[in-house]
Ligand binder design. Structure first.
Ligand code: HEM
Ligand code: HEM
Length: 175
């Protein structure tokens, strides 16, 4: 049997996948389908911000785990170009999982809202209110979310292609 990801890596992967879905649903709900009830809308913002910050911490933990527990190899017969695409997409996903919550946090600060993780741990603002920077950061956060959704879609389609078309055991490494 070929090497699988460790149970910790698999657990963190699927927890991350679930939380990314939660993040995109909450983000879209609170902005695009903005609830009329202001108190509920701010509740959604709180959940989005605290869940996103949790995701950042999980990603840092996951990167630390990966550095000490190497990933199993890609299929030996995979074309060199596809190896590059797979590795680049994984690297881009990790980068976005770190950058996107940080940008969201900075945008929150720049619009003048302090952020307290789950209403308990105050996270000090490195920039403070900044009306010139706020729309720029929000713009980056919007494009970051779109890019993340596109790359995750590509990633999931690739995983299914490995499973259904190539039948090379790639998906089995992660379940
Ligand atoms: C938000 C959703 C997701 C994110 C952010 C994500 C992220 C990642 C990342 C960063 C890796 C690289 C792991 C490493 O080598 O360190 C990975 C691997 C993997 N993911 Fe996902 N993933 C998501 C959803 C999914 C879904 C829906 C599937 C299946 C349909 C899937 C299947 C896999 C598989 C099979 C691997 C192992 C790839 C290999 O070893 O070549 N992922 N994922
Ligand atoms: C991977 C983590 C995250 C994802 C996938 C994500 C995704 C999204 C999405 C899809 C939206 C709606 C589209 C938009 O208006 O930009 C949004 C909006 C927003 N997010 Fe996030 N977000 C993440 C983390 C965070 C964090 C950690 C914070 C703050 C601590 C945050 C603060 C905001 C704010 C304030 C908005 C409202 C629009 C704005 O001012 O940019 N996000 N997010």
């Amino acid at each position: 049997m070929q090497a699988r990801y460790t149970a910790t890596a698999r657990g963190l992967h699927w927890l991350t996948a679930a939380l990314v879905v939660v993040m995109v649903v909450l983000g879209t709900w609170m902005t695009v389908f903005e609830p009329k009830d202001e108190a509920f809308k701010y509740q959604l913002y709180d959940w989005h911000e605290s869940t996103g910050f949790t995701l950042l911490l999980l990603t840092l933990l996951r990167l630390g785990w990966r550095a000490t527990h190497p990933a199993p190899p890609l299929p030996a017969d995979l074309a060199p170009q596809l190896r590059i695409v797979a590795r680049a997409n994984h690297a881009a996903l990790y980068t976005l999982l770190v950058v996107q919550p940080i940008v969201g946090f900075l945008a929150t600060n720049a619009w003048g809202f302090p952020f307290t993780w789950w209403g308990v741990v105050p996270i000090p603002s490195p920039i403070g209110q900044n009306e010139a920077l706020a729309p720029v950061l929000s713009g980056i956060h919007w494009w970051g979310a779109l890019l993340l959704v596109l790359l995750v879609t590509l990633h999931a389609v690739a995983a299914l292609w490995h499973h259904v078309v190539r039948q090379d055991g790639t998906l089995a490494k992660m379940v």
